[in-house]
Each structure stands twice: as structure tokens, then as C-alpha cells.
Design a binder for this molecule. Structure first.
Ligand SMILES: Cc1cc2nc3c(=O)[nH]c(=O)nc-3n(C[C@H](O)[C@H](O)[C@H](O)COP(=O)(O)O)c2cc1C
Ligand code: SF4
Ligand code: SF4
Length: 303
């Protein structure tokens, strides 16, 4: 499948309006420890299906604090000081999630070295330059910005069962990024003119607001079918706290990040995306190294 055409044409159908605490994941050890134990590193992450939490953990050393951005926003924590500060987020239409934008605008980050790792699934375009612009405007410029390709969790274009079978060379790519960060490399992954143009075309066709990215009312994007067993998982994994269990079943409302944590983690596959059809409504994804409990701790807005 041609990812470029399929994602773009799918979005077209969405119409013009398309669109640390506890969750510092304390007690969770990085799978591959890196970093000088004396160097204090703070890493922020945003995740819908676990890819970014996995990468954030992999970049964590002995003396690293991992912070979930939805938890920091909820607690109003925006001031951080460390030797090194990193951020890991998924690109949505090559842009950061809305909450990541809001976080970086308010954040006051003091560090000798700042790095950003953006995860994506098929086409990154000028995501690196977009982040450079947004973070610089916020007074939080980053010394190192790189991307890493992972499973693409965008259900309208991708079959999750197919995606997990593709070798995206994650360990090799992660190793290079880890080595770069270890030596505090100052570098932004280059962007081609063609990639810039592809993003411009995408924005024109999708009708997305470049200052907002993906943001829409969840009740206009999802429905819950009779298969729902009221397990409550959706009420924990949504970083916006949009879901609620009521005596008459699940209700959802509020601004939606399009992170797909709800739809991808429903054990009954009872949540449906109503804005466009899915390639395989029977296939769902969560990063193989990330448990449901990890995601609940990361995104839960009830605590
Ligand atoms: C709303 C949305 C938009 C996306 N846009 C892009 C994109 O423009 N390019 C791309 O390669 N992947 C895109 N993706 C895929 C994610 O960036 C990728 O799967 C990411 O690793 C998910 O991270 P997470 O598991 O931490 O949520 C998109 C996913 C979603 C849900
Ligand atoms: S996760 Fe699915 S089954 Fe569980 S309450 Fe939510 S919609 Fe229902
Ligand atoms: S409603 Fe679903 S897609 Fe929207 S922010 Fe919540 S979990 Fe993410």
C-alpha cells in the first residue's frame, strides 16, 4: 500500500474540520540502561499505544525520571531542571499531539542538553522541523531531534496484524539514537524539500489547523457497541479522561487527541472510529513491551 496516498486520501474523508508523579512510571526499570549514573536525566513522554513509553524507557538511565505528559499537565507541573532533558512523542500528521504542544508552551526547562525523539509509522515528512519551530517559539529549543519508525497505529490505513510483522529495525535504530544521546550529539535529522511539500499538501487536503493539529470532540469520532462489557479500561487509558462508566453504559465526551488508546485497548473491540472506516476492525495494537497497567498508569486522569 502507498502510505502517502492512502493516509492523505483517508484524511480527506474526515472533512475540513478534522480534524509524574504516579505516572512517572516509578519502579519501572529501563530494558537497556544507558547514561552516566551521575548525570540527571528527565524524560517526558506522551503515548497512546505504548511505542513512546517503550522508547522513553529505553533511553532512561539509572538516574532518570520518566514523566507522562498527561500527568504533568493534570498536576500543572511545568518547571524542570536536570543535566539532560528529553521528550518522546508520536507524530500525528507529522505534528506533535495537541497536549505535547500545550506542555512545551508552558514548560520552563533548564538543562545543558535537550533531545527529542519522535516516533512514527510510515511517513515523517518535516516532523523534525515542525518540532524545532514549536519548541523554539516556546523558548525551549532542542539540541538533538531525531525520529524512529515503529508500528503505525493509524487504524484507517493500517492493519495492525500486518504492521507488527514488519521488521522496522527498531533495535538498530534505537542503538544509534542512544549512542548519539550518550555523547550529547547536537544534530537535527535533515528534512528534504519534497518532505516539506508533502506536509504542505497534507495540511491543505486535511483542513487541519497547523496551530492545533489533531483535535476534535471524542463523541464525534467514536461510538461504543453492544459488545461493551463495562470493564472500564477506556476510562483509565484515555489521557484526556474522556470516558466515564455510567449506569447506562460508557459515555465519552471532550477534546480528543486522536491517540487511539481507547479504541486500541478495548478488550471487546467495542469502540468504533466513526470518522472513517478501518482497514481491519478485528486487529488492535499495543506495544509488545508495554502492559495495559503501564498505559493506565501513564494516562489515567482519575488519580
Ligand atoms: C492520529 C494519528 C496520526 C498519525 N499520523 C502519522 C503520520 O503523519 N505519519 C506517520 O508516519 N505515522 C503517523 N501515525 C502513527 C504514529 O505516529 C505511530 O504509530 C506512533 O509510534 C504511535 O506511538 P504511541 O504507541 O506511543 O502512541 C499517526 C497515528 C495517529 C493515531
Ligand atoms: S474498554 Fe471497551 S468493553 Fe471496556 S468499558 Fe470501555 S468500551 Fe466497554
Ligand atoms: S478519546 Fe480515545 S483517542 Fe481521544 S484522547 Fe481519549 S483515548 Fe485518545
Amino acid at each position: 500500500m502507498d502510505n502517502r496516498i492512502s493516509r492523505r486520501s483517508a484524511l480527506k474523508h474526515m472533512g475540513a474540520a478534522i480534524i509524574s508523579g504516579a505516572a512517572a512510571v516509578s519502579g519501572l526499570l529501563p530494558l537497556a540502561s544507558c547514561g552516566n549514573s551521575k548525570t540527571k536525566r528527565v524524560i517526558f513522554y506522551f503515548t497512546g499505544t505504548g511505542n513512546c513509553l517503550y522508547i522513553a524507557r529505553q533511553l532512561a538511565g539509572e538516574n532518570t525520571e520518566l514523566h507522562s505528559i498527561p500527568q504533568l499537565v493534570k498536576q500543572g507541573k511545568y518547571e524542570f531542571e536536570a543535566d539532560e532533558i528529553g521528550i518522546v512523542y508520536p507524530i500525528y500528521g507529522h505534528m506533535p499531539p495537541n497536549m505535547v504542544r500545550e506542555f512545551i508552551k508552558k514548560a520552563r526547562l533548564k538543562a545543558g542538553y535537550k533531545f527529542a525523539v519522535l516516533t512514527y509509522g510510515a511517513r515523517k515528512c518535516d516532523a523534525v522541523e515542525i518540532w524545532d519551530r514549536i519548541s523554539r517559539d516556546a523558548g525551549n529549543s532542542f539540541d538533538y531531534i531525531n525520529t524512529i519508525v515503529m508500528v503505525d497505529n493509524w487504524l484507517p490505513n493500517f492493519d495492525m496484524n500486518e504492521q507488527i510483522r514488519i521488521d522496522k529495525r527498531i533495535p538498530e535504530n534505537l542503538q544509534k539514537i542512544t549512542a548519539d544521546i550518550e555523547r550529547q550529539r547536537h544534530w537535527h535529522q535533515p528534512v528534504t524539500e519534497e518532505e516539506r511539500q508533502m506536509h504542505q499538501d497534507f495540511m491543505a487536503r486535511s483542513g487541519l489547523n497547523p496551530e492545533e493539529g489533531f483535535l476534535m470532540k471524542s463523541e464525534r469520532c467514536f461510538t461504543v457497541t453492544d459488545a461493551c462489557i463495562s470493564c472500564g479500561i477506556c476510562t483509565y487509558v484515555c489521557p484526556r479522561g474522556n470516558y466515564e462508566l455510567t449506569s447506562r453504559g460508557v459515555r465519552m465526551s471532550g477534546d480528543c487527541e486522536f491517540c487511539f488508546a481507547c479504541i486500541q485497548n478495548c478488550p471487546q473491540k467495542a469502540i468504533r472510529f466513526t470518522r472513517m472506516s478501518e482497514v481491519n476492525p478485528g486487529a488492535r495494537y499495543r506495544n509488545e513491551h508495554i502492559s495495559l497497567m503501564d498505559l493506565k498508569l501513564a494516562n489515567n486522569q482519575k488519580i
